[in-house]
Structures are given as structure tokens and as C-alpha cells.
Write a new protein. Structure first.
Length: 255
């Protein structure tokens, strides 16, 4: 555990001593804030019109503000997360420090989990800063706490899956730009793969639908927790962390 904490501190220092974390977090907050403001402004306009006409049917803050905000945040994550993961192993390989780390009495598991958790902490900080949105909604309306909790849970699980996939790609190349581009392409593939369900056969269509990252998030945004969706994101993360582990082990044996 001592090695794990050392790697964790090292990676967090690398994030916050460079512009990477600040730039990604700023872009994420600006874009998500814009989408939240647009949805909330539209909801406020319709609410005022409904009050004047003494009709409030169909005006729901959860459906009109929270759901679109969470969905848009997931799209922004699709664009931003590759920028957080691109340097985790690629920079080490380019500078030659990965071989040095692997020569130390440190397990691949400790190295991998230290980097994974560090990136997860940065991502959690990004999400935590957006809690201002539900607070603002609470001042003017009374949304259900359930959809807020499940929406953030879904975003966190999806972000963990993105990070795990990005770690694998970063371990396979020493070029950070290539790592970011391939990670984005791979995430986008898993994001859109469910759209092919209608064109595939019944059996293949179910498989494609199950592999869709987006399909498993929709229930979270609506305030529902399905254990199948939670298991999917957990299994997705474990699978790509396992593949990254094999990549690191092969690197150690090749020297």
C-alpha cells in the first residue's frame, strides 16, 4: 500500500502542477454550465408562462433541466476524458521513466491503481464542482433528490470506464496525441455501437445494445438504478484495467 500511495501522490502532483487538470476542468465546467443555464432558462420561461395561464401541466424540473444537463455532461466527458488519460503511461514511456518504475520493487497493480485512482480523483473533483447546479435549482424549485444522486452516480461510473479504457491506450503508445485520439475513437465506438441494433439481427442487436456506454446511462439520468447497468460499468472498467495490467507485465518482461 505504501507504493500505491506514493504513486497516487506523484500523479496528483503531476496533474495539479501542470495546466492539464485546470484546463480540462475549466472547459468541462464552462460547457456544462452553459448547457445547464440554457436548460434552466428555458424551464424558467415556460414556468412563468404557465403561471400566467394558470396551467403547469408537463412542467417538470427533473425532465426539463436535470436530465438534459446530465446527458450533456456525459457528452462533454466523452471529449474531455481522453485529455486526462493521455499522459498517464505515454509520458512515462517517452521519457523512459516507465522502465525505471518497473525496475523498482513495485507491483504492476500498485502502479496501475495509483494512476487510475489519481485520475479518478481529478474527475471526481470536476463532478463535485458541478453540485452548484442542483443547489441553484433547489433555490427556485424542489427537485427530487433521487434523480440527482443517480445522475451523478451514472456519470461517475461512466467516467471510471472512460479512464480504464484510456489507461490501456496510454500504455500502448508513447505519443500523447495518439493516445488521446485513439481513446476518443474507442470511447466513441462504444458510445455509438448501440445505434446499430436496428440494422443487426435479433441476437447481434441485443449484444450491440448491451455494449453501448450510452444505453446504460439513460436510466441513471431518469432517476433509476438498474444493477445490470452498474455491473456493466464495473465489468467494463475491470476488463480494461486487466488488459492494461497485461500490457505492463509484457513491458516488464521485454525490458
Amino acid at each position: 500500500m505504501r507504493n500505491f500511495y506514493a504513486i497516487l501522490r506523484r500523479e496528483l502532483y503531476a496533474y495539479f502542477s501542470s495546466p492539464i487538470a485546470y484546463a480540462v476542468m475549466t472547459i468541462f465546467l464552462v460547457l456544462s454550465g452553459y448547457f445547464f443555464y440554457s436548460a434552466f432558462a428555458y424551464f424558467s420561461m415556460l414556468s412563468m408562462q404557465a403561471m400566467r395561464m394558470r396551467w403547469a401541466g408537463g412542467i417538470n424540473v427533473t425532465d426539463m433541466v436535470l436530465n438534459p444537463t446530465f446527458s450533456n455532461m456525459s457528452v462533454i466527458m466523452l471529449l474531455m476524458m481522453p485529455l486526462l488519460t493521455m499522459r498517464l503511461f505515454s509520458e512515462e514511456k517517452k521519457e523512459g521513466t516507465l522502465e525505471l518504475l518497473l525496475s523498482y520493487p513495485i507491483r504492476e497493480t500498485e502502479l496501475l491503481m495509483g494512476k487510475f485512482v489519481a485520475c479518478l480523483v481529478v474527475f471526481f473533483a470536476m463532478l463535485a464542482l458541478t453540485w452548484l447546479y442542483p443547489v441553484l435549482i433547489w433555490l427556485y424549485a424542489k427537485p427530487d433528490f433521487g434523480p440527482i444522486f443517480t445522475g451523478y452516480l451514472g456519470l461517475f461510473l461512466m467516467g471510471a470506464a472512460f479512464i480504464a479504457l484510456g489507461l490501456l491506450v496510454s500504455s500502448l503508445t508513447e505519443n500523447q496525441i495518439v493516445s488521446a485520439a485513439v481513446t476518443f475513437g474507442a470511447i466513441l465506438m462504444f458510445w455509438l455501437i448501440g445505434w446499430s441494433e436496428a440494422f443487426a439481427g435479433p441476437s447481434l442487436g441485443k449484444v450491440l445494445s448491451h455494449l453501448s456506454l450510452l444505453g446504460h446511462f439513460e436510466k441513471f439520468a431518469k432517476g433509476l438504478i438498474d444493477t445490470r447497468d452498474v455491473i456493466y460499468y464495473v465489468d467494463f472498467s475491470i476488463l480494461f484495467l486487466f488488459m492494461t495490467m497485461r500490457s505492463l507485465e509484457s513491458k516488464r518482461w521485454r525490458g
